[in-house]
Ligand binder design. Sequence first.
Ligand code: THU
Length: 131
Amino acid sequence: MNKKLFDMAVSASSNAYVPYSHFSVGAAVLFDSNKIYTGCNVENSSFGLTLCAERNAISTAIAAGEKGNIKAIAISSPNSKMCYPCGACLQWMSEFCSHDMEIILENENCEPVTFKLSEFLPYQFRKDRLI
Ligand code: THU
């Protein structure tokens, strides 16, 4: 499954809209429903409005009616191995996973490397804090 998810992230990166950075990213997110949604980064002439691939994939899932929890996300860039997710995307992942989820990257040897969200974001601001 990790390989399939990673291949879908690679494929999604080919649709990236990156006229400014020329740095393409693709993401494929797997929910516990076993459905997979993909996204690419979409840049904007007002640079701060750029949408990352991970948040695009997650919002695509929500827009499709997905109500479950994220099990794993694969992230790929043709420009860089080990394309770590940014802090904003980690916070978005945290919103939609009830247990620790996997983050799958690809190393210099083209092997998938699996991390846990809690490794990147050990202390999470979650909705239960709002109650
Ligand atoms: N980018 C992502 O899509 N995901 C990340 O987690 C980090 C950065 C994109 C945003 C921008 O279009 C390009 O990579 C360079 O920052």
